[in-house]
Design a binder for this molecule. Structure first.
Ligand SMILES: [Zn+2]
Ligand SMILES: [Zn+2]
Length: 372
């Protein structure tokens, strides 16, 4: 982790914020204002400006910068309140007690797409909070549980897809040197680049074929040529949250790449086949979706129905496999189901993560269960 301690970005060495022993996890935030990409030499000044604006906010009466950590586009993790300090960023006292907070220096306009370095920095901060601050496993967005757009569409898509490391080597210009003795992970070799040759392009084509955006008859090769670009454009049309930048549709971005990698992991552990088609009861599922998020971690209401839906959401790449069979329709499952509803074209309150008949039937047709 590229940690920058408080004293090194201009804050007092220790935070005056109140203490906390543990949390259920971490919530992710963005700036929610215009933000432009800049050299790392200016990042400390940005963090300082955030702290100054919080200290000047007499309504909230902040004791310190509200966030536990702040991550810049270059992947550096600035120590905010730090570990075992209650955040002031999540919306109210109960929300601030339930989760820590990590701010991404990302805008609602200007620079709105997280870099791969930034995603890695966020995971660094989350892992640090787990290792040293007793943070639980949940990684959620500010908007989970609070009416806000934060942390913005692109970053929230990554959070709902499981907040995984993109596994992207940003040094795209360096030739990759695969070690012949080990079965190298093609995903670790960097982002495939339009018009360039790279072994990772073959992996990209394989995943695009698997999820149906490239005809399986196309012979895979290392060249990111027109057919790969067409397939990536189709993937982006269906999943616009993964477009890396306006006008660059055929270039796979770090978020889309992370999503496809997750799909691959999901495919590696298929659910055990069942002799008959399972049936999910809609009213039991709704009851679980309303009750489980308020229960202690892992609490269940209708575990059998929920498990079928969790497996389907995991197969869609919307729910981390860690939560895919616990039978608890907790806040991760609600967030994943909301992402499924958005994928079905619903918005606003129609995509609140509480299952409805139409979206559930659609999920069932795709993943082999009946709705009863
Ligand atoms: Zn926020
Ligand atoms: Zn920076």
């Amino acid at each position: 982790m590229k940690l920058i301690k408080r004293a090194d970005w201009g804050a007092p060495a220790t935070s005056g914020a109140g203490s906390i022993a543990n949390t259920r996890g971490v919530k992710i935030h963005y700036m929610g204002s215009h933000y432009t990409s800049h050299a790392h030499s200016r990042c400390a000044g940005q963090v300082l400006a955030v702290r100054r604006s919080h200290m000047a906010n007499t309504k909230e009466n902040y004791a310190d910068i509200a966030y536990n950590y702040v991550v810049c586009e270059h992947g550096y993790v600035f120590e905010g309140r730090g570990v075992n300090k209650r955040t002031g960023a999540n919306g109210n006292a109960a929300l601030n007690t339930a989760h820590y907070s990590v701010l991404a220096l990302l805008g609602s306009s200007g620079m709105t797409e997280p870099t791969a370095d930034m995603l890695n920095g966020i995971v660094d901060a989350v892992e640090h909070l787990r290792a040293h601050g007793n943070a639980g496993n949940e990684v959620l967005g500010h908007r989970d549980g609070h009416p806000t757009q934060c942390p913005g569409g692109p970053l929230y898509a990554w959070v709902s897809a499981g907040a995984q490391r993109p596994g992207v080597d940003q040094g795209d210009d360096k030739p990759s040197t695969p070690a012949p003795s080990t079965p190298a992970d093609p995903y670790a070799r960097g982002l495939p680049q339009v018009g360039k040759r790279s072994p990772s392009t073959v992996a990209l084509q394989r995943e695009l074929q698997r999820v149906g955006y490239m005809a399986s008859s196309v012979k895979r090769d290392a060249n990111y040529g027109p057919r790969t670009q067409d397939a990536v454009a189709a993937f982006h049309d269906a999943n616009p949250q993964f477009k890396s930048a306006p006008g660059r549709r055929p270039q796979i971005g770090p978020l889309g790449w992370a999503f496809l990698r997750k799909m691959r992991k999901g495919a590696g552990s298929p659910a055990p086949s069942t002799p008959s088609t399972p049936t999910v009861n809609l009213s039991r599922l709704i009851a679980a979706a309303r009750r489980d998020p308020g229960l202690p971690q892992g609490g269940t209401t209708h575990a059998a129905d929920v498990r079928v839906v969790e497996r389907a959401l995991a197969a869609e790449g919307l729910l981390n496999s860690r939560w895919a069979s616990d039978g608890s329709f907790g806040s991760m499952s609600v967030a994943a189901y909301a992402a499924w509803q958005r994928r079905c074209g619903y918005t606003g309150r129609d995509a609140d993560g509480i299952p409805g008949a139409a979206s559930l039937r659609k999920l069932g047709v795709k993943h082999g269960f009946r709705v009863g």
